[in-house]
Write a protein that binds this ligand. Structure first.
Ligand code: RIB
Length: 295
């Protein structure tokens, strides 16, 4: 079983700041680092580091081959990634002293897909393979359709949330992973428990995961609810923690872990990731995650 991850590849420009810049304020940063990121790339790297066979479907600007090389070095199959003229996707990320972030995205090459490209990239997918998606590329609806035609399982992390997500056939998702903001948007309520109940009713055959940041995560499936507390850690940078969680959770299911164990391992992986700066640089290996098991 393999994951085809149709997802963004971003160049992350990470500025360390004393606080997130306020409207009308000009703020000097303490440092600037340029690293590989993008929710898609981060999740592919997390899957690969968790030991999963993952092929990335994406696009990157010709001048940013170093980023593609880093994904390959992490173990991601890059046969579905095309180098294109024009800019890669990029993200301008502020990280404050508490490790909190704020992100501006530019879609670039991540927004240049069409149905033909996706059909070609998914032509090698077999029934039972997974299609994983986030919401940083265009033509997500087309990818849903192709995945169903090819009898793939679908995992979706609708981040960042947009109005268009509500029009997607989310009941087709085998796994839907949302944070509190995304859940509130989809369910139209700010109460996380209520949101989970509404979404569980709306998508009865979907494993629904609600990530709660420093409070852990909840899983709703077949009428059962499983919760997992976050592991307390010293936070350096939360960027990419959600992506680490997604990759490790899906990997856990694919590796035959019980839902509770997959959730628990994903929480430990996400906790480790926030102790290191940067998106992909912070994603731990399976050995690192396993070494925290008895902490
Ligand atoms: O989830 C973190 C990611 O969001 C960053 O790597 C950035 O590229 C944005 O896509």
């Amino acid at each position: 079983m393999k994951v085809f991850n149709f997802g963004s590849i971003n160049i992350d420009m990470v500025y360390r700041v004393p606080h997130l810049v306020q409207p009308g304020e000009t703020l000097s940063s303490r440092s600037l680092e340029t690293v590989l990121g993008g929710k898609g790339a981060n999740q592919s790297v997390a899957l690969a580091r968790a030991g999963i066979d993952v092929r990335h479907i994406g696009r990157i600007g010709k001048s940013d081959q170093w980023a593609a090389e880093q994904m390959q070095a992490a173990g991601v199959d890059m046969q579905g990634v095309e180098s294109v003229d024009g800019p890669s996707g990029h993200a301008i990320i502020q990280v404050d002293d508490s490790g909190e972030n704020s992100i501006i995205l530019h879609g670039g090459a991540n927004q240049s897909f069409d149905r033909g490209v996706l059909e070609q990239r998914l032509s090698e997918a077999a029934p039972g393979d997974w299609l994983l998606m986030q919401n940083e590329c265009n033509d997500i609806a087309e990818a849903f359709e192709i995945a169903r035609q090819r009898q793939m399982s679908i995992a979706f992390n609708p981040a960042p949330m947009t109005a268009a997500v509500r029009q997607l056939p989310l009941a087709q998702c085998d796994v839907l992973i949302v944070n509190e903001t995304e859940a509130a948007d989809l369910a139209e309520t700010d109460d996380p428990d209520e949101a989970l109940a509404i979404l569980a009713q709306r998508y009865p055959d979907t494993r629904l995961v609600l990530t709660l940041g420093s409070r852990g995560a909840l899983l709703q499936y077949e009428g059962q609810q499983v919760s997992e507390a976050a592991v307390p850690v010293d936070v350096v940078d939360t960027t990419g923690a959600g992506d680490t969680f997604v990759g490790y959770f899906l990997a856990g299911l694919m590796q035959g872990l019980a839902e509770r164990d997959a959730l628990q391992r994903a929480c430990r992986a996400a906790a480790l990731s926030v102790t290191v700066a940067g998106a992909t640089p912070s994603i731990p290996t399976l050995a690192e995650v396993d070494s925290t098991q008895d902490d």
